[in-house]
Design a protein around this ligand. Structure first.
Ligand SMILES: Nc1ncnc2c1ncn2[C@@H]1O[C@H](COP(=O)(O)OP(=O)(O)O)[C@@H](O)[C@H]1O
Ligand SMILES: [Mg+2]
Length: 220
């Protein structure tokens, strides 16, 4: 069994990466996986409404994680035989660790075995070559094809790395419908509009052009 119902010990390890909310750890005994653990808040939430919601609905603390996992699961279900082209890092559920619950995900590695590079880092190194641009466009096409609902597709949430020896761009964070009324899940055209807006934002920040009609990035 990949994970028996056991408590994983992470407190003795340094995270391999950290984001705004989560620390990311190597998965003990599984070098192709990572575990994401949400850091405890240092200060109480400043929003009165959010504090009230947390008190009335204590399970709401898990909402974002559940939405993220749900989005990945749906994309995996829809992918069928094209699973290797999934534009999201695969997710393998929840484990309990000695520093809190963690989400187990596919580790996207770079050629040298380290964690994959962010799109933002690649773009800072100079204009993307034809191969990278083609890979980015195939990533974007897959987001539309699978109707991925995302709120924060950002150049630092997209990484370029290896899956089954193939190099590709993969979204590692910022997906999952968060709205109470899941409008973008219900309406493909609303979601397409949102994806177009997020792609356009990326293009503007990294010096590319987003062609909304053809749904592709072009060199500026
Ligand atoms: N599946 C993954 N493969 C490789 N690196 C990852 C993966 N997920 C996260 N990372 C690394 O960990 C960092 C933080 O993870 P992220 O999920 O973005 O945390 P947060 O939710 O706090 O923003 C990322 O910027 C990236 O460098
Ligand atoms: Mg992030």
């Amino acid at each position: 069994m990949l994970f028996a119902a056991q408590l994983l010990q992470l407190s003795g390890q340094d995270p391999v990466a950290s984001g705004g909310h989560r620390d990311v750890y190597a998965c003990p005994g599984q070098s192709h996986l990572l575990i994401k653990v949400t850091r405890p808040r240092k200060r109480p939430n400043r929003s009165y409404t959010k504090r009230l919601i947390r008190r009335l609905l204590p399970d709401s603390v898990y909402r974002n994680a559940i939405k993220e996992i749900e989005c990945e699961m749906k994309a995996a279900l829809k992918s069928g035989t094209e699973i290797a082209r999934m534009p999201l890092a695969r997710c393998f559920g929840i484990v309990q660790t000695d520093i809190g619950p963690g989400i187990v995900v596919e580790r996207i590695a770079s050629d040298d075995g380290g964690l994959a590079d962010h799109l933002s880092t690649l773009c800072k190194q100079g204009p993307l070559g034809a191969d990278l641009l083609a890979a980015l466009n195939s990533f974007a096409k897959n987001l539309f094809r699978l109707q991925i609902v995302a709120r924060d597709i950002h150049e630092s949430n997209i990484v370029y790395g290896l899956r089954n020896q193939a190099r590709m761009f993969i979204l590692i964070d910022g997906y999952g419908e968060r709205n109470l009324v899941p409008l973008r899940t219900l309406s493909r055209s609303l979601n397409d509009r949102s994806l177009n807006k997020q792609m356009d934002g990326i293009a503007e920040r990294v010096g590319l052009i987003w062609d909304a009609q053809n749904r592709e990035f072009r060199a500026a």
